[in-house]
Design a protein around this ligand. Structure first.
Ligand SMILES: Nc1ncnc2c1ncn2[C@@H]1O[C@H](COP(=O)(O)OP(=O)(O)O)[C@@H](O)[C@H]1O
Ligand SMILES: [Mg+2]
Length: 230
């Protein structure tokens, strides 16, 4: 279980200081499929970054079961992330000097995962194994980022606007694949999006507005990637 208590996070100094997360509390059960929904600028990426231990909070605590990650040293936090967390960045963050194969294998090696090529194949990137990120479209890079995160067999997968650069067909395919894999492997999935349609595929939707949770509820009906509007 992930538990966040009283999370506050600001950026900038004195005059320019902006409080982006204004006191967030939430808990996410193991194996849950949660969407964090909110308008652009509401603090979604920041929340995902602090929940996953990528960024530090100013105030508050975050626990993974009994382990308080907000107390870990940088080195411990890196080790923790390596072991627990898969992350798909809004801006992909692929390694530019590595091919698709190497980018994904980096993730796979962390978990000693020999089957990582299946993931590349299932995401429709089989033909792109030896291409470099700059030779790919935005949508292809986004899929590589998802493949890399999945390849490390994370206990929790965080995705930041994972279908932002994808056309409808590719977006549905990617979402469907991630949702199926989650059912199969049982990892926890936390997805950030501004897209109400995608929120319909989650077990639970947490709405964020100006750095505060304004709604948090179970979805009455959960739709597949092919049943939602696009
Ligand atoms: N590293 C940063 N430095 C300064 N301001 C930031 C930084 N990251 C985010 N912000 C600001 O915090 C607010 C929320 O950003 P973000 O979490 O990216 O929102 P969202 O993902 O919902 O669009 C925005 O106003 C953004 O400009
Ligand atoms: Mg964002």
């Amino acid at each position: 279980m992930i538990e966040a208590k009283g999370i506050v996070k600001s950026y900038g100094t004195s005059d320019n200081r902006q409080t982006v997360l204004k006191g967030i509390g939430l808990s996410i059960n193991d194996g849950d499929n949660v969407v964090i929904l909110g308008a652009s600028g509401s603090g979604k990426s920041t929340l995902l970054n602090v929940l996953s231990g990528l960024e530090r909070v100013d105030e508050g605590k975050i626990f993974y079961d009994e382990r308080e990650i907000t107390r870990l040293t940088d080195r411990e936090l890196t080790a923790f992330r390596r072991e627990y967390v898969g992350f798909v960045f809004q801006q992909y963050c692929l390694l530019p000097d590595m091919t698709v194969d190497k980018n994904v294998r980096m993730g796979a090696d962390l978990a000693d995962n020999k089957d990582y090529k299946d993931i590349i194949e299932c995401l429709g990137l089989g033909e792109k194994l030896n291409k470099y990120p700059r030779q790919l479209s935005g949508g292809e890079q986004q899929r590589v980022a998802v493949a890399r995160a999945l390849a490390k067999l994370p206990k929790v997968l965080f995705m930041d606007e994972p279908t932002g650069a994808l056309d409808e067909a590719t977006g549905r395919q990617l979402l469907d694949y991630v949702l199926k894999l989650r059912k199969e492997r049982g990892f926890t999935l936390v997805t950030v999006t501004h897209n109400e349609n995608i929120a319909q595929t989650a077990d639970r939707v947490i709405k964020l507005n100006s750095g505060l949770i304004v709604e948090d509820k179970q979805n009455p009906t959960i739709k597949t990637a092919y049943e939602i509007g696009w």
